[in-house]
Design a protein around this ligand. Structure first.
Ligand code: ATP
Length: 353
């Protein structure tokens, strides 16, 4: 129980709409609780700032963020700004600069919702995907030479380090150990990629030996995508590299209802820096200003943030309120088959609280 300082970065597109909704819900949640206070500072960083000033965030942004207990992020991406600028100069700059090396993606089929898998039970999907968030395929290493010539070359180098692999794998094994099934699926592609992925495998072999109580299995990423669809109940905790987990977790989000519902956290497990929580969807410019964006992913992300801050009871209450809205079904957003707009869904969560 305590007072926490939260940096809210709504960012671009529907990020602004869903973070505003999330803040309203958090105000409702903390309103009656004198012993839990969230002090928000809204930081207007993102593509609008880039178009006005030439930078996505101030030069001393990381130092500013270090003073907060957590970061609540919307989305980065705007059709007027090249993607590599909006992504690399804001979200990735924060994740990498604050060493948020563990990206967590809990995936659950919430009560009342149906999966495109249509296997019938509401217990079909309860996964926890851990994504390596600091290196791998998105390390940024590479280059372009002979630009615009016929012999032009573009290289993206996938970087796996022993230290980077070990820390994320230990984190995932700890997560698996904390969950009832104590099961971890280790995702790889070392049959086709002969260097970095083989190191990734070797590290896992030695690290997992320290966790005899966790049941582990090794699955190739392509087979894992198929498993999500054909045998979802066999999956519990999953660890994968940056690119593999990026793709798998979007698939997971779609299978559990909608991209609009899925939450994520970018975690610094040692808590040396603030961690950042955000919905996994992007800025969805096709629906900006329509008032139809689903705020539940942002609201679920706020629940992850509370859990990370140690406010487990408040986190649970918030997730239960979301589940109440999905179970009730009368005020669902359009991407979940309902008719309710952002404000109405937000109100429904506040009412449930
Ligand atoms: P970005 O380039 O920033 O990732 P994007 O528009 O390419 O953004 P997403 O925003 O991730 O990709 O979403 C893809 C589509 O899913 C959107 O165009 C939108 O129609 C739908 N969508 C995503 N998030 C939501 C949401 N919260 N509510 C309703 N629909 C959503």
């Amino acid at each position: 129980m305590g007072t926490y300082r939260i940096a809210a970065i709504p960012g671009d597109g529907i990020g602004k709409e869903v973070i505003s909704a999330g803040c309203q819900v958090l105000e409702e949640l903390t309103g009656g609780h004198a012993d839990l206070t969230l002090e928000f500072e809204v930081l207007p960083w993102g593509s609008d700032m880039y178009l006005a000033t030439g930078t996505m965030m101030p030069d001393d942004a990381l130092d500013m963020l270090r003073k907060f207990d957590a970061i609540y992020f919307g989305s980065a991406g705007d059709p007027r700004v090249p993607d590599h600028i909006s992504l690399w100069n804001l979200r990735l700059a924060i994740c990498q600069g604050l060493d948020q090396y563990a990206n967590i993606r809990p995936t659950k089929l919430l009560p009342g919702l149906s999966s495109p898998l249509k296997t019938g039970t509401d217990k079909t999907i309860d996964w926890f995907i851990v994504r390596e968030n600091s290196e791998g395929e998105y390390s940024g290493a590479g280059g372009r030479v002979h630009q615009a010539l016929p012999n032009e070359v573009g290289l993206d180098v996938s970087v796996i380090t022993r230290e980077g692999a070990e820390r994320i794998q230990r984190f995932a094994l700890d997560v698996a150990r904390s969950r009832p099934r104590k099961k971890l699926t280790f995702v790889t592609k070392s049959n086709a990629q002969r260097h970095a992925m083989v190191l990734w495998d070797e590290v896992f072999e030695s690290v997992s030996a320290d966790y005899p109580d966790v049941q582990t299995e090794r699955v190739l990423v392509d087979a894992m995508a198929a498993r999500f669809v054909t045998d979802p109940e066999s999956v519990d905790t999953v660890v994968a590299t940056n690119l593999h987990a990026d793709v798998l977790s979007d698939l997971a989000a779609a299978l559990s209802g909608s991209l609009g519902l899925a939450p994520t956290g970018n975690i610094n497990p040692e808590r040396k820096t603030p961690s950042m929580f955000e919905p996994i969807h992007g800025s969805a410019f096709d629906i900006v200003g329509h008032g139809s964006a689903n705020p539940l992913g942002a609201i679920w992300s706020a629940s992850l943030m509370l859990e990370h801050l140690g406010e487990k009871e408040a986190a649970m209450r918030l997730l239960k309120a979301v589940e109440h809205v999905t179970t009730d079904g009368s005020r669902l957003p359009r991407d979940l088959g309902g008719q309710a707009g952002t404000d109405e869904v937000t109100k429904a969560v506040c009412d449930a609280l």
